[in-house]
Write a protein that binds this ligand. Structure first.
Ligand SMILES: [Zn+2]
Length: 380
């Protein structure tokens, strides 16, 4: 079966005075989804078909939802159940009145001329205007991508449409070279050509959020708690934006130069003793994993190969003479070879080692991925 790649286009809506209609729809949809979740949870229903027959008619009667909305309320409920069931001590998922509303293309939402979208609500269809930039317009009209389901999302008084698009995964393009990428916190990403995305701005903003968080925690009133929640959402979105920009820059660079990307392979990283303590912390933060995720799915969409290499010693090995010693990395930022005296930014040196390992790495063997270590013999 052919694999698909997906992406999401977020568009702000000008709701044309349909506020009450949309708010009602959201409320009803989420109340229905909560009821469905509770019913299926209590009756231990996990099969989609069984769930449909059990709740469909009653959902429509109880909540007055139209067919498409009733079906998607069930989809939302069952997806949430499936995801919490994986956890220990799970409890039945419930949804707030402002939770998102899932809609399918053509039936529940339809694009109309002049940047308009028709949305199916509990009171019939309403026409909203999409407030779009050039980038979003290009994405939505790109015929290579097919528009799928969309989520109607409410955030702080504003409605958004999050449209999911998909296309067939492109064939991996042939590459004649590799860009090695070292990921970290001080320098979020450094590539083997020396290009660097520093974490300076990210750290400043995070420090500001941390201060504000601490102040609000001291106050500890309901309104402070609300503000705290809002702030944490903002901080997450800021970090995601940063990760989107960096991953996009790296993948675009690889695409235009027809190169593959090489990253450190972090499977089993917890068991490794060769990774420095501060790196261990960095590598368990969600932001760090999110960036890796963004790079790999953006690369997938463009048909860029991502090669994973063993991270052992990439930060301690001199890329000039191959000498590997802990003392080579004197500080976080400084690499200074104890044998040949070569000095360089430590992350840039690591990125070059990652590239070297990737270039020399044998192709996948029938037994699975073959991993080569950077050893102490000269690499170049
Ligand atoms: Zn050296």
């Amino acid at each position: 079966m052919k694999e698909n790649v997906i992406r999401t286009v977020c568009v702000k809506l000008d709701i044309n005075g349909h506020n009450a209609t949309l708010t009602d729809t959201m409320k009803m949809f989420n109340a229905a989804a909560s009821w469905i979740a509770q019913t299926c949870w209590d009756e231990n229903i996990t099969n989609t078909n069984t769930a449909h027959h059990r709740v469909y008619g009653e959902t429509r009667n109880r909540f007055g939802l139209l067919a498409q909305l009733a079906i998607h309320a069930r989809v939302k409920a069952m997806e949430a159940i499936a995801s919490v069931k994986k956890k220990k001590d799970a409890s039945c998922p419930q949804f707030g009145p402002c939770g998102s509303v899932r809609m399918d293309n053509h039936h529940s939402y339809t694009f109309k001329p002049l940047d308009q979208v028709s949305i199916l609500t509990a009171q019939g269809r309403v026409l909203c205007k999409m407030v779009m930039g050039e980038r979003q317009r290009t994405m939505l009209t790109d015929t290579e991508w097919e528009n799928g389901t969309a989520d109607l999302v409410w955030r702080q008084g504003v409605y958004y449409l999050h449209v999911t698009q998909s296309k067939e995964k492109p064939e991996e393009q042939e590459h004649n070279d590799v860009i090695g990428v070292d990921l970290g916190i001080v320098n979020i990403a450094t590539d083997s050509d020396g290009a660097q995305f520093t974490g300076e701005q990210v750290r400043t903003v995070r420090a500001r959020y941390k201060r504000q968080r601490e102040e609000l925690q001291k106050v500890n009133t309901p309104s402070a708690k609300r503000k705290l929640k809002k702030k944490s959402g903002k901080e997450h979105r800021f970090q995601s934006d940063v990760n989107h920009c960096i991953s996009k820059a790296l993948v675009t660079k690889a695409a235009v130069s027809r190169k593959a990307l090489a990253l450190e392979d972090l499977t089993g990283i917890r068991e490794r003793i060769t990774v420095r303590r501060e790196q261990r912390y960095e590598r368990h933060s969600w932001a760090f994993f999110q960036l890796r995720q963004f790079i790999s799915y953006k690369a997938d969409r463009e048909g860029i190969a991502v090669i994973l290499v063993d991270p052992a010693y990439t930060s301690q090995t001199c890329h000039m003479c191959g000498h590997c010693e802990k003392a080579n990395r004197r500080t976080q930022s400084e690499f200074s070879c104890q044998r040949c005296g070569f000095t360089m930014n430590a992350d840039a040196n690591a990125a070059i080692n990652i590239k070297t390992v990737a270039v020399n790495q044998p192709m996948v063997s029938p037994l699975g991925r073959c991993v080569v270590r950077v050893d102490t013999s000269p690499l170049l």
